[in-house]
Write a protein that binds this ligand. Structure first.
Ligand code: NIG
Ligand code: FE
Length: 415
């Protein structure tokens, strides 16, 4: 079965061969084709080009035609950092912050990640699966076609495995491409309040090997931050994970720059995420590395903390990726359209830079650069068709508006 999408006013982010990522000056460039078509076979992009060059339909019986009616086609967003599986929202803490408490003060009172962990430990796998599936379907409607999902609200062996099994079920039962990350070292559970070594031993010696054996995680993560986990903890965990063939994606520099970037890069992390606070040595560590700096602007927006320095990173020749950080505490939104708008409005990135940062670069940050992130022959037919819009800049410009008309994943119309 072949599918043809015709009458596309502009086809966005086209590539003749898949690039690893887009960095520095190059991020200003975006390849597009005006008045275009795409052909899909077996869920993959088989050809695309200008309508003028389209050969037409050779076999009417086995070709489905979709008329884009003058809308644009964008590759699906790749959201390379989320905590989509959780048991309950935390708007009580949101109100506490409005009334003057900080994120840290709330965490110190037993709120924050520990609050989510208690709720998650008491939820069944089925309950978690159903609520996460609803959230995921909602994100698919907003243009996300690949997503990384972390554990980290379990904080004991059974509950971490429960979360990762939920992610596995989401992988098996939806059209969206999913990567799973084990984040056992997200916060110190109450029982280990005065025994961080004991908890790190549990994460490294019991949780990690079991999770690796059951192939439940594609990546490992740790919250490397003052009052959470140190650079030494980070090195210990990443070294152990490397021995099991599991690469890292780390939470670093959210509130303080303490050396987590350098340690993560040295130990081969695929991405370092947050980066609200950056020192010169963090830029140096990232230069000439294979690690994707990833900024999470919705988290800065929601918590009122600084935005990551995207412009300075690009001026230093680095690539930049933008993801949501969807979670109940610091970012209760998985909307990549809003991330794109914040990229332009708050990070002062151009629409071209933002589109590169939310597609090709986030695809790299989840090991999917050969499969997703652009319109390229052989990549997955994952994209969205917009309503009629005047230009691609209209997408980040029209913040809060939904310009998406149709969603195609693996060549199938999903919505
Ligand atoms: O990425 N910073 C660590 N973890 C999450 C927040 C988790 C929570 O508050 O539940 C984040 O922002
Ligand atoms: Fe996060």
């Amino acid at each position: 079965m072949k599918t043809v999408i015709k009458n596309i006013s502009e086809l966005i982010q086209t590539e003749s061969t898949p690039r690893k990522w887009v960095a520095g000056e190059e991020m200003k460039q975006l390849n597009t084709i005006k008045d275009a078509f795409i052909e899909i076979e077996d869920g993959l992009i088989s050809s695309f080009g200008s309508m003028e060059d389209w050969n037409g339909i050779s076999d009417w019986n086995s070709t489905e035609i979709i008329d884009a009616e003058g809308g644009m086609v964008f590759p699906s967003y790749c959201d390379s950092h989320t905590h989509l599986v959780f048991a309950a929202s935390r708007e009580g803490e949101f109100v506490d912050r409005i009334n003057g408490l900080s994120y840290e003060e709330i965490a110190n009172r037993g709120g924050g990640i520990l609050n989510s962990a208690e709720k998650l430990q008491n939820a069944t796998e089925d309950e978690l699966y159903e609520s996460s599936l609803k959230r995921l379907n909602n994100l698919i409607q907003m243009g996300t076609g690949a997503i990384e999902i972390k554990s980290g609200y379990g904080l004991n062996l059974d509950a971490e495995i429960k979360m990762l099994r939920v992610i596995k079920r989401l992988k098996e039962n939806t059209e969206v491409t999913i990567k799973a990350t084990f984040l056992g070292a997200h916060a110190l559970p109450k029982e280990y309040k005065d025994n961080k070594e004991g908890y790190m031993d549990l994460v490294i010696n019991e949780m990690l090997p079991k999770i690796a054996e059951e192939k439940l995680a594609d990546y490992v993560d740790i919250f490397c931050e003052k009052r959470y986990f140190t650079v030494e903890d980070t090195c210990r965990l990443l070294e152990a994970a490397n021995k099991l063939g599991i690469q890292a994606k780390t939470h670093v520099n959210q509130f303080n720059s303490i050396g987590g970037v350098e340690a993560s890069v040295k130990l081969g992390a695929l991405s370092v995420d947050h980066l609200e606070e950056m020192k010169e040595e963090d830029y140096e560590a990232l230069k000439n590395s294979e690690c994707m700096p990833t900024i999470l602007p919705s988290c800065s927006f929601f918590l009122g903390i600084p935005y990551g320095p995207a412009k300075k990173m690009m001026e230093s020749g680095l690539p930049v990726a933008l993801a949501t950080d969807y979670n109940p505490g610091s970012t209760p939104s998985g909307n990549m359209n809003f991330v794109a708008s914040l990229g332009c409005i708050q990070l002062k990135m151009t629409p071209e830079q933002v589109i590169n940062a939310t597609t090709i670069n986030t695809a790299y940050a989840m090991g999917l650069e050969k499969e997703m992130g652009s319109i390229c022959v052989g990549k997955k037919a994952n994209f969205f068709i917009t309503k009629e819009i005047p230009s691609y800049s209209y997408l980040p410009y029209s913040f809060g508006e939904n310009v998406i008309d149709k969603i195609i994943l693996n060549g199938k119309i999903i919505a």
